[in-house]
Design a protein around this ligand. Sequence first.
Ligand code: IVH
Length: 676
Amino acid sequence: MMVRMALDSSTSYADAVATAVRAAAAYYADGSTHLGDDEYDALVRDIEAYEQEHPDQVLPDSPTGKVAGGAAVGDVPHTVPMLSLDNVFSPEELADWAAGLERRLGRPVAAWCVEPKLDGLAVAARYRAGRLAQLITRGDGLAGEDITHATGSVLGLPHTLAEPIDVELRGEVLLTQDQFETANTLRTAHGAVPFAHPRSGAAGTLRARDRAYRVELTFFAYDAIGLDPALDHSALLERIAGLGANTAATTAAHPARCATVEDVQQRVEEIAALRAALPFGIDGVVVKADTAVDQDQVGSGSRAPRWAVARKLAAVHKVTRLLGVEWNVGRTGVIAPRAVLDPVLIDGVTVTYATLHNPADITRRGLMLGDQVFVYRAGDVIPRVEAPLVDERTGDEQPIVFPEVCPRCGDTIDTSQQRWRCVRGRGCQAVASIRYAVGRDQLDIEGLGGSRAVQLVDAGLVADVADLFVLTREQLLALDRMGATSTDNLLAAIEAARSRPLGRVFCALGVRGTGRTMSRRVAAHFGSLAAIRAADAEAFAEVAGIGIEKARVIVAELAELGPVLDKLAARGVGVEETAPVRPAADTGERAGPLAGQSVVVTGAMTGPLADLSRNEMNELIERAGGKASSSVSKRTTLLVAGEKAGSKRAKAEELGIEILTPADFAQRVADHLPGA
Ligand code: IVH
């Protein structure tokens, strides 16, 4: 990570300008800058601050006030300059900007348009008589490079428009995540170096000629020159879509017309929240005065329009070093590689590990140990390694060694599928399975954490969760470091687990695709372990949230677990019928103080709820007739907000949702509290 200090001398200012110029040149050449977007923006802000204090010292190649940091060149003149956007970095800065615009107008902005800031490259597509005639990069904003050769590879940019008109469409060309993955698979298969991330891939692909393979890109239009100049921006976007070109209207982050600055802020948050789920990258949200009248009145500066601004979002791509690859064996015997990274801060979270999906993924990305890699993280997604920066290699990088035998038990690996698996399946992971089964949200048996489960398995006393229920006092006492008190406590905990609700017993089995919530639903639906065992895929598919594919997996897993289920039944676990099945349990039609409510819990619980895990809170909500959910939306009717509640509370307040303290909530559901 880069440590920044205010620029305090003409030398540090000159160094900063040189760094920014180098980074901008690399960024606009092929996107391969070593400086993250956040660092670049921060550097330019420092340069701006220094220049304001020392206007006499401004260097001619300073990136401030220039389109593309002054980096890009080209020889096709633009008819109308292709401008950039000014940036704001927080809701406050956005509000200030909007207020400034309204001051300049001398009245409120008539309407706003809020749309995604697509993270690709700006292009101008010239149509003559409705036919695509020329494609040009933005370049320095005044002239760009001719990239007409690339037109055949750009989805969303039709060869022929719906009308035979002369028009120039402007927009962003990018690689969607799928296009990026496919591009890198193709590139490594052809011996070419992988693209570091989608934007560099788009830049490289647009310029490339005569490749042995074809990489597909996607175009999103956000402007047009030559249509009715009186059209408002949102109407212009509709007109463009009507001509047959792609716009962000086809996406969840579609442009929205907003009446007030509050609505603008809300749509900005919505688009930001959608970021991780979008199939392409965005690096911000663009806010525009929507009407042609407002736009014309304020006009544009030399670098950017005054009627639009980019609310930048934190960068989700960062460069760090791949230190190692760990091979972890999951509960079901799947052997999954995981990247160990030099810790890197991405959007406020330190990332140390990233997923690599499967061994083929490593090969496809052409990764080596010691590589500088681009890592992606947005929202709650698991961080992933995008690709190595091959140009940054020193020669010291080492190949990643794949395991030849199961790293846990040493048995053979089944490599017939993309996901490798130990041939012993879940047997390989007896210890992990048992630890999972006794977890707080499953059987909740205390005293089996740490090395105790390993000890039991190694001593041959326990091979699966069912074996716990026949452990004897003598067997336990014979173990190392196991005294009378711990033994009795453990036996009591195991005894108590015998009567856990069916949902928890089922969850303890670790059936793929059935976490805590799904396990509760399965239990409510079938009522007994015997009924669950007897169910076929069609019967499972009747449970809300289980499709037929998942149902088949569950049935297959349960067949595999047959011997464990037999033992559990014989040992009196999960045999009791649960409370009478409510016929409408799956549809959410329930009785109780929370009937019809959709409840979200956030922050730390206190008072009578202090000891409840999130899962136990969710169980409580469901017992009281409500539906538990993890995120606040318009459908949410109640938020239980404990200490340190953050963004969920803010959102609930914004949406006017009822908010209760843990103490008030506990009162409302008093009859349903554990032990009530
Ligand atoms: S409007 C005069 N709208 O962001 C209009 N730009 O950082 C100026 N961009 O050069 C551009 N999504 O390449 C606009 N919805 C959007 C955009 C967008 C991405 C890019 C565009 C622009 C750059 C400025």
